[in-house]
Ligand binder design. Structure first.
Ligand code: GCO
Length: 467
């Protein structure tokens, strides 16, 4: 008997910049990623999303594949500059039409759309105008964008999330300088993060004011940290890591306030976040309906005696999606007994059950969607067949882990592997594959089903019984 509820959503996920291509088609404005990825030395071998999977032109073919796979939901993001080329103001009707047609095509195939409003591709115009997330004006701009999307798509879409992985676009954009806007300025980063929380709250408020029928959530990385030893210094380092990676990112959207200890620490060190009158109330009154969890790995945390004071480093881990250490506070170390991917991410399915338990412990019974989970790998091709058995192993173990969380009482409502199709991995180019569908980049981007495609079909058909 399956542990998964009858109406459990079996989906898959993508994001606009990583899959759409058509970066300058039909009146689309530039995003910060269009600009950043063209700067020398920013990405693996200078790869960018100009073409990506060309999903913009091939979405019908892709939706047909989703239907064949049996997906009951599809998580995708809207490119803000595709619908508002300048970030605010003039609407690009061709961009609206693309998403509108995509939504209709999904619904025709009984696939429920789940929209992410912000998956990192900020309009460059807003970066130039007031410094993007660092400028308080972003809160109004984001609200305008969110309202436009609700107005045009809210009649057909009932699952929404505002932001994807704030720790990554703020952490790598403002702390480590590996993502746009390439800054290493923690003070600005903390303030920018505050603007993200305010923007979320305003967009949630508008969603409810406009009477959109559906639910709105926030998507975070679910990255459980564990201490490398039981020594008090490592435990303390771990508590701080949990405070930054989890409490800082989840409390403002699920409790409507910052974790007091972390807030005091940030304000003592940097004097931010700066609150304006009304900020605290806005956060408090606009808690999200659900939390989206992206789970790939856990990280081991140790004390960091190397440096005194508050400084930032990257832990030497490759690729997007975290790996930040805070010198003087803690550092991320490798688990000597761990199994790691080619990108140094620990494969640890138990961490998913465990971390869902931690979320319930701190926040109570909040509805949960697993909005991403997957294995990034270079898939072997044998006699023309894409044999991604390691992906099947990874996903089946993680689906079991979700099943265990449900058995323990967690309200998990859907599972969206990353990713539906092979797409651009921000800094890693096209060599880090995640999809059920392979794209032959030498052969006019032809789509080809991988071994995992057939496997996931069975999983969906059996509602998670046949793994
Ligand atoms: C990667 C990441 C993915 C995504 C996603 C994050 O390697 O590219 O693992 O998680 O890029 O956009 O939300």
């Amino acid at each position: 008997m399956s542990q998964f509820p009858k109406d459990f959503l079996w989906g898959a996920a993508t994001a606009a910049y990583q899959v759409e291509g058509a970066h300058d088609a039909d009146g689309k404005g530039l995003s910060v990623w269009d600009v950043f990825s063209h700067l020398p030395g920013t990405t693996h071998e200078g790869t960018n999303g100009d073409v990506a999977a060309d999903h913009y032109h091939r979405f019908k073919e892709d939706v047909a594949l989703m239907a064949e796979l049996g997906m009951t939901s599809y998580r995708f993001s809207i490119s803000w500059p595709r619908v508002l080329p300048n970030g605010t103001g003039e609407v690009n009707e061709a961009g609206i039409k693309f998403y509108s047609d995509l939504i209709d095509e999904l619904l025709r195939h009984n696939i429920r759309p789940m929209i992410t409003l912000y998956h990192w591709d900020l309009p460059q115009a807003l970066q130039d105008k007031f410094g993007g997330w660092a400028g308080r004006e972003i809160v109004d701009a984001f609200d305008e964008y969110a309202r436009l999307c609700y107005q045009r798509f809210g009649d057909r879409v009932d699952l929404w999330s505002t932001f994807n992985e704030t720790i990554v676009f703020i952490g790598m954009g403002y702390f480590t300088g590996q993502h746009p806007p390439k800054l290493k300025d923690p003070k600005l980063g903390i303030q920018a993060c505050h603007h993200v929380f305010l923007s979320n709250a305003r967009a949630v408020k508008s969603f409810r004011e406009m009477g959109i029928k559906g639910q709105i959530g926030f998507v975070n990385v679910l990255q459980p940290n564990d201490p490398i030893s039981q020594e008090p210094e490592d435990i303390r380092a771990w508590e701080i890591a949990e405070g930054i990676y989890t409490h800082w990112l989840y409390d403002p959207v699920l409790k409507g306030e910052y974790p007091r200890d972390m807030l005091e620490m940030a304000q003592a060190a940097f004097g931010v976040p700066e609150f304006h009158p009304g900020d605290a109330e806005l956060l408090k009154e606009n808690i999200v309906d659900f939390i989206g969890l992206n789970y790939y790995k856990r990280e081991m945390v140790a004390r960091n005696d190397d440096v005194q004071g508050f400084d930032l480093n990257t832990s030497g881990q490759k690729g997007s999606g975290g790996g930040m250490g805070f010198k003087g506070l803690f550092k991320i170390v490798k688990n000597p007994n761990g199994v790691y991917t080619d990108w140094d991410w620990e494969i640890y399915p138990e961490g998913l059950t465990d971390a869902i338990g931690r979320i319930r412990h701190r926040y109570g019974e909040v509805p949960i969607y697993i909005t991403e989970n997957g294995l990034g790998a270079k898939d072997p091709i044998v006699d023309g067949a894409v044999l991604d058995q390691p992906r099947i192993d990874y996903l089946s173990e993680h689906i079991r882990a979700v099943g265990r969380a449900i058995e323990q009482g967690a309200d998990v409502r859907g599972y969206y592997p990353w990713s539906f199709i092979d797409l651009l991995s921000w800094l890693n180019g096209y060599q880090k594959q995640y999809g059920f569908v392979y794209i032959d980049r030498e052969n006019n981007l032809a789509r080809k089903k991988k071994l995992s495609f057939e496997w996931y079909q069975k999983v969906i058909r059996s509602n998670g019984d046949e793994l």
